[in-house]
Design a protein around this ligand. Structure first.
Ligand code: 13P
Length: 392
């Protein structure tokens, strides 16, 4: 089980002068490419699941695969919702399996960015989840072409200090000259500004738009407080080049022929970045110093009174399921009835909490207490519950 808290992972990188790669997972080839490369280099890694990719794939299915991959990995892994745009998407990301979220309200006026980031940070921290905020604006290449969405808005060091203090974010994405996607030539980076921001905030900094930077630029970024680098277009490009080469060789090739080698090409590019950013060989010390990410489950057994109609019991269960699954950090709520109707306890709940922090807050959550008092305890005094973590 190598899923770990992202804040711990980035703090280690920040303290020891290297950067963790955060690579976008666009499909299964990317997922396997990232994890295989990280294991080959013994590097901690972040799986980035961008909200904007939601229109291209089924988030729940891909994140389920990412969680399984992270749990089996021999290196520390965090799963981050990249560029979440709202409280709703942050809650959805955590529910689906992310253990870190980025809230990107950077296109909003400063006071709205502050308010929105603060609200998401409060919710996420109550779930034990790390938060990345963004201040300043890093433009995007539109549809993979060379035009960008607006101009760079550089992060101001004094604003960054106030932003971090008031929002409580764990790491901060800054704008110092990079762009997402294809840059026009090599981006010009404002390293003096980066250095002032780093001094002012004292937390790990994040660079978006890692593609297209030179080796020397990466070294300077890391020397001035950058502990997480987001990288995607470079991976999509090597994957595209690989498919084009296969197509040349097999003009009538089928899907497996055309995509053969994509995963390895992605992995090779990632290994190059990991070595350059200094995260290779760090897995063991990071694993030792990071809190492992562990879900908590609650099982509850209970009886309904004999006189209560089956339909009424079912309605109560479904109502509870709906109410409780809306609580941030609760991943699933399942209800069931015993296949042995003569057994002493005939009904059960299984609630999956994203973390211990969620289980702790759940005890005093008003929606939970209301449901217990009004619906469940009113009809059943026999309620047996146990919160547990998987034995290791
Ligand atoms: P690039 O696609 O430019 O590497 O940027 C990726 C990124 O910043 C994702 O958040």
């Amino acid at each position: 089980m190598a899923l770990v808290h992202m804040a711990d992972m980035l703090n280690h990188a920040y303290r020891h002068g290297y950067a963790v790669g955060a690579f976008n997972v666009a499909n299964f080839d990317f997922l396997e490419g990232v994890l295989t490369a990280a294991e080959a280099c013994r590097a901690p890694v972040v799986l980035n699941l961008p909200e904007s990719h939601l229109e291209h794939y089924n988030f729940e299915m891909l994140i389920a695969a990412a969680v399984v991959g992270a749990q089996r990995a021999a290196v520390p892994v965090a799963i981050n919702l990249d560029h979440g745009t709202s409280m709703k998407s942050a809650v959805h990301g955590i529910k689906s399996g992310c253990n870190a979220v980025m809230i990107d309200a950077s296109a909003l006026p400063l006071d709205e960015n502050l308010r929105c980031t603060r609200e998401v940070t409060d919710m996420a921290h109550a779930c034990g989840v790390a938060v990345e905020g963004e201040l300043g604006y890093v433009p995007w290449a539109e549809n993979g072409d060379n035009k960008h969405t607006g101009d760079i808005a550089y992060t101001l060091p004094a604003e960054a200090k106030a932003f971090v203090e008031r929002t409580g974010v764990d790491c901060l994405a800054v704008s110092i000259g990079t762009v997402h996607g294809l840059a026009h030539g090599t981006p010009k980076l404002d390293i003096t500004r980066l250095s002032k921001i780093s001094e002012a905030v004292g937390i790990p900094l994040v660079i978006h738009g890692g593609t297209g930077l030179t080796d020397d630029q990466f070294r300077k970024l890391i020397a001035h407080g950058v502990a997480k680098i987001n990288y995607y277009t470079g991976l999509a490009d090597v994957a595209g080049a690989c498919i084009r080469a296969q197509l040349k060789e097999h003009p009538k090739g089928s899907y497996p022929q055309l995509t053969a080698g994509v995963r390895d090409a992605i992995g090779t590019e990632i290994e190059r970045m990991i070595r350059l950013w200094g995260s290779g060989g760090r897995a063991a010390e990071v694993l030792k110093q990071c809190r492992p990410w562990r879900e908590v489950e609650q099982i509850a057994f209970y009886n309904a009174p004999e006189k209560m109609a089956e339909s009424e019991t079912t309605a109560t269960m479904l109502r509870g399921q709906e109410t409780l699954s809306a609580v941030p950090g609760i991943r699933t709520v399942r209800t069931g009835k015993s296949l042995q109707p003569d057994g002493s306890l005939r009904y059960c709940w299984l609630i999956r909490f994203a973390s211990q922090a969620v289980a702790d807050h759940y005890r005093t959550n008003p929606a939970h207490l209301r449901f217990m008092d009004k619906a469940l305890r009113a009809v059943t005094p026999d309620l047996l519950t146990i919160d547990y973590v998987e034995a290791e």
